[in-house]
Design a protein around this ligand. Structure first.
Ligand code: GAL
Length: 414
């Protein structure tokens, strides 16, 4: 029997008779607070409610989730973990090792997740063979977004190489347009940095440098060139970039104040929430170079007491991976479904490009985990890299010094 059938009349009648019905409830910690994100998470809240669930929202503002992860640690240390937490990449396994995650294998098996998820995504959702997280989507990180009118007015095509990007940016700057909308927050600096590593170094170099943490790659001439390009990009952002939220940078592209933003496709969720049309109002293209940097959002369930909470976790896990949610949520969020069996006919050109490139790069071995969005490395290691990237971006540190600091920081992060 379907264990989620608690909303059916017969189940309720039986349960009422024995008065032990579990009413699913869940406190959900997440960092989806921007316009597009809030619209997306509302889809899950509505589905949860319409299946009898009571949702307690715990949003922690802050793009990239750093603040949310700090809040999570405090809650777990206080012995009061939220039932469901937006958590991804190796952090899932790190929390599992602390012995605080619930096993959701019974849901995963009943729902046949193994048959509908790509092996690469399923791998992130497992902890020592058990299912410990439910995937929501696939975000691509290596994107450039552009204001279509601003490019047209300045006779600029979407750049396909970093040289073209720099030439376009010089031209825009001369015309009084901010070339690059950027928010000076460490995770945003890291987001731009990893696309430059991929573009200048190529997929194999990315793997060596930011996944394998190979000291030779970290101190190579290629990495020096990456920091040179970061310095060049620093010259294309406006004076007020420090601390700016990513969605405000997206708004600068929307309103024509800036031409480009380098950001994952949650930025598309912002454009869409503002009624902008891809291919007309705004353009999308992958950042220069081969490869695809993936960022899979997921939810992990934490060990909690009480049948109502456990029922809530099971219901949430089931809904998250079910086809309807995967479609509707991702239409809003800018990402593509994690499931492979959801038709993309209703998705826009950017999403279809993402799906096509994901398939091609998977075949070519250049589908790579985003370091900046916590898919590639443990927290201490990605944090060590980001500290150097952001210190370089916000100072006049030379590229040679940056690579040395990078190698040292990584060596000390184990
Ligand atoms: C990413 C996350 C996205 C989006 C973004 C900005 O790390 O995967 O879903 O929320 O941060 O907050």
């Amino acid at each position: 029997m379907n264990r989620f059938a608690f909303a059916t009349v017969s189940t309720l009648a039986v349960a009422a008779a024995s008065s032990v019905v579990a009413e699913p409830q869940a406190e959900v910690l997440h960092w989806w607070t921007s316009g597009g994100e809030a619209k997306s998470v509302a889809v899950l809240q509505e589905e949860f409610a319409s299946n009898g669930g009571t949702w307690t929202d715990m949003p922690v503002a802050g793009g990239g989730g750093d603040a949310a992860m700090t809040a999570l640690r405090a809650r777990v240390l206080a012995g009061n973990a939220p039932a469901a937490v937006q958590l991804k990449g190796p952090a899932i396994q790190e929390w599992y090792e602390e012995g605080v995650l619930a096993d959701i294998s019974s849901v995963a098996e009943a729902e046949g997740w193994a048959e509908v998820l790509p092996a690469s995504i399923a791998g992130h959702m497992k902890c020592e063979g058990t299912w410990c997280a439910a995937p929501v989507n696939v975000h691509r990180v290596d994107w450039i977004w552009a204001n279509a009118d601003v490019l047209a007015a300045n006779g600029i095509e979407m750049p396909t190489t970093w040289e073209e990007f720099n030439a376009a940016a010089d031209k825009l700057q001369a015309a009084g347009v901010i070339p690059l909308a950027h928010g000076g927050q460490a995770w945003q600096d890291a987001t731009v940095f990893e696309t430059v590593v991929l573009g200048i170094g190529g997929p194999e170099f990315f793997q060596k440098a930011l996944v394998d943490l190979d000291p030779e790659a970290l101190t190579s001439d290629t990495m020096v060139q990456v920091f040179d390009q970061m310095r060049t990009l620093r010259g294309y952002v406006d004076e007020n970039f420090s601390g700016r939220d990513w969605n405000l940078a997206t708004a600068m592209v929307m309103n024509g104040e800036a031409a480009f933003q380098i950001m994952g496709d949650w930025a598309k969720g912002e454009f869409l929430a503002a009624g902008k049309k891809p291919g007309e109002d705004f353009l999308c293209a992958s950042t220069p170079g081969d490869g695809y940097l993936y960022n899979v959002d997921s939810f992990a369930m934490f060990d909690v007491e009480g049948d109502d909470k456990k029922a809530g976790q099971d219901l949430l896990a089931k809904l998250i991976v079910a086809p309807n949610f995967q479609k509707v949520f991702n239409l809003n969020k800018g990402s593509i479904p994690a499931r492979t069996d959801v038709a993309l006919d209703d998705f826009d050109i950017c999403a279809n490009l993402s799906a096509k490139d994901m398939g091609a790069t998977s075949d070519a071995g250049s589908l790579l985990p985003s370091y900046a969005h916590g898919m590639a490395l443990r927290g201490s290691q990605s944090g060590a890299i980001t500290d150097v990237v952001t210190a370089h971006f916000n100072s006049d540190m030379s590229s040679a010094d940056a690579v040395q600091q990078l190698a040292d920081a990584v060596a000390n992060s184990y």
